[in-house]
Ligand binder design. Structure first.
Ligand SMILES: *[C@@H]1O[C@H](CO)[C@@H](O)[C@H](O)[C@H]1NC(C)=O
Ligand SMILES: *[C@@H]1O[C@H](CO)[C@@H](O)[C@H](O)[C@H]1NC(C)=O
Ligand SMILES: *[C@@H]1O[C@H](CO)[C@@H](O)[C@H](O)[C@H]1NC(C)=O
Ligand SMILES: *[C@@H]1O[C@H](CO)[C@@H](O)[C@H](O)[C@H]1NC(C)=O
Length: 590
């Protein structure tokens, strides 16, 4: 922080000096190139680097792989390029944690070494077989085919599981028959059936049809493809990174993947290459036929399926945390600035903050919520209670550092009179609606919400809006949520969409809507209605490059008053995440 302030002071001096020169250029064109010349400082400050999101110290990251809890430690593997900040040379990066918040980076766990994975070690999972962790992963082999491989821990007395040995009988599954060798990947965590056989499911493309293929094995080594796929779709292109797990209908607790009795349902999550978004289906798993049967509302049209996150995440993966009896979930959040900036910065990609995931009491939608452990990082708190937001008001939440913050706010709508009418053509494309409207429009009920990562400095105004607008259709109220990045950054080459979703809450019943937003420098994760709708966005404000701090506001641009029942905002401490040469966990364990 000190360095930022000094740098800022130097800049002001430069600006004052230069302002005495005639025909001076504008403030904006002046400050930014000055910072660029201070290349090493920029790198040290790295304003895009996060304080509490999982990312490697350098290089490229994508899909989370094989998360697990084993003998006191959490492990997260991830798709990693050991040689640079752009995609390529796929390997499994590896980190360990005791609390899912602070992470120590270990050496690459699986690299491209054998004919069955020489062109890349791709995504996969960990299964506990007789208590021992076993990795299933996709390799791209020497014939450029997707094949499935297996790896075992090498050293039974290393609690950090640093070394893995690939089995001599790899590959264990080949793309034969009708399977497209370019599209056969990402084995799920295995589960064990009543018939004494293991199962795993794999994303595949068969003659243009997406299928989640099911394989069975008695010994976890010899696998046979089942007669039926676990599930299939004609309409949505290739499905990758499947995740399949049971959820309780009566509790928030997570379940071991092999549980298939009691008051439960199953969830199938798939990542659609066509849209680069993650969707999920809730239904029943028929263990006799080994097929997943989605609930009756389901149609083979992905535009009607709920999304894991309506923002910018992909390739999500969950695991059962047996220590705390919960299911935890990560998702890759990619960059959306220019590749040149990624190269300059030396890294790309991060994971969402770990989320607990469970089924809503309605039995239909998943709820995702940042794990409680995040509270370890909360520092100073600002609170507002029963605060009226009149039409046109923008109120600053000041007194904490808001570029790394956890904000929870509950809005109350005194009346739903004045809601604008809903046009059904919006239904299938809320992002288009969010793109057409703006947070400064004067609506009926809303837009109201948050402006985050803002700069008020003249000529450098920037803001990211997360907001709501309520519409009335013939038989119900629709709650639209938008994350609008159009004014989020003045940097070149940044993707600045508006994303939208209709929130699955009945606003006419309790006339309240909650929003929780995790702000962490270049990532903003929002959870609406207690986690029923999630939206994650990457944001690259330019003002931070000159050492300026960012602002946070609540606003209401609707004609109707909106109340804040309660708002709590915490400044967040910086976690220890994959810092080079930081062996704080190894030292305690070895
Ligand atoms: C196995 O791990 C233990 C604990 O870290 C270590 O002391 C031992 O040297 C390792 N053995 C081999 C063969 O690497
Ligand atoms: C797999 O099954 C075949 C034929 O049943 C057998 O010959 C082979 O040894 C088995 N491999 C393993 C690793 O169990
Ligand atoms: C990554 O970012 C770009 C925007 O730069 C976006 O269009 C794309 O869909 C994102 N997702 C993935 C999985 O690549
Ligand atoms: C609803 O939207 C469609 C498509 O934009 C438009 O053609 C139609 O006129 C709209 N209906 C109403 C009642 O505004």
């Amino acid at each position: 922080m000190a360095r930022v302030i000094i740098l800022h002071a130097i800049l002001i001096q430069i600006i004052i000096l230069l302002s005495k020169i005639e025909a001076r250029p504008s403030l904006l064109t002046l400050t930014y190139p000055q910072i660029e010349e201070l290349g090493s400082e920029l790198k040290e400050i790295d304003p895009d680097r996060t304080a509490f999101h999982f990312q490697p110290s350098k290089n490229w990251l994508n899909d989370p792989n094989g998360p697990m809890y084993y003998k006191g430690l959490f492990h997260l593997f991830y798709q990693y390029n050991p040689d640079g900040p752009l995609w390529g040379n796929m390997a499994w990066g590896h980190s360990v944690s005791t609390d899912l918040v602070n992470w120590e980076a270990l050496d690459v766990a699986l690299d491209r070494t054998d004919p069955f994975d020489i062109n890349g070690v791709f995504s996969g999972s960990v299964t506990f077989v007789a208590g021992e962790p076993v990795i299933l992963y996709t390799g791209i082999d020497d014939q450029q085919r997707n094949v499935q491989n297996i790896a075992f821990r090498k050293n039974g007395s290393d609690p950090l599981l640093r070394e893995w040995s690939k089995s001599g009988y790899n590959p264990i599954m080949l793309p034969v028959g009708d399977i497209d060798p370019d599209n056969f990947r990402d084995p799920t965590t295995g589960w064990f059936g009543q018939d004494g056989h293991w199962r795993t499911a794999i994303g595949a493309n068969l003659e243009g049809r997406a299928e989640i293929l099911l394989y069975k094995s008695q010994n976890f080594k010899n696998w046979t493809r089942n007669e039926f796929p676990l599930h299939k779709s004609q309409s949505s292109g290739m499905w990758e990174c499947p995740d399949f797990f049971p959820v309780s209908l009566s509790s928030k607790d997570g379940l071991d993947p092999s549980v298939n009795t009691g008051n439960i349902k199953h969830v199938l999550k798939v990542s659609l290459m066509k849209t680069l978004q993650d969707y999920y289906l809730v239904g029943k798993y028929d263990e006799k036929k080994d097929v997943f049967v989605p609930d009756e509302w389901y149609k083979d049209d992905y535009r009607t399926w709920p999304m894991i996150d309506y923002g910018h995440v992909y390739a999500s993966k969950s695991f059962f945390d047996s220590k705390n009896n919960r299911r935890i979930f990560w998702s890759w959040v990619n960059e959306s600035d220019s590749e040149a900036d990624d190269v300059k910065r030396g890294w790309s990609g991060m994971q969402t903050f770990p989320r607990a995931i469970w089924l809503d009491t309605d039995g239909k939608q998943l709820i995702q919520w940042p794990i409680e452990d995040i509270k370890l990082l909360r520092k100073q708190q600002i609170q507002l209670r029963d605060f009226g937001l009149q039409s046109g008001v923008k109120h600053e939440i000041s007194g904490i550092l808001t570029s790394q913050a956890d904000v929870e706010v509950e809005f109350e709508l005194p009346s739903l009179e004045g809601a604008e009418s809903f046009n059904n053509s919006f239904l299938l494309d809320p992002s288009k609606l969010c793109d057409e409207i703006t947070p400064s429009d004067e609506g009926g009920i809303g837009p109201f919400g948050l402006f985050v990562l803002t700069s008020d400095v003249e000529g450098q105004e920037e803001y990211t809006a997360i907001y709501f607008r309520i519409y009335k259709s013939s038989d119900r109220y629709m709650t639209l949520m938008c994350s609008d990045l159009k004014s989020s950054s003045r940097r070149e080459g940044v993707y600045k969409p508006a994303h939208g979703a209709f929130v699955g809450v009945d606003i006419s019943k309790d006339k309240r809507i909650s929003l929780r937003t995790l702000i962490d420098h270049s990532v903003v994760e929002s959870f609406v209605g207690g986690g029923r709708t999630c939206m994650t966005m990457r944001v690259y404000p330019k003002h931070v490059l000159t050492g300026q701090t960012s602002g946070l506001y609540v606003f209401n641009h609707g004609s109707q008053e909106v109340k804040i029942r309660e708002l709590n905002a915490w400044e967040m401490a910086k976690a220890r995440v994959n810092i080079e040469n930081d062996d704080f966990i190894s030292r305690a364990y070895i």
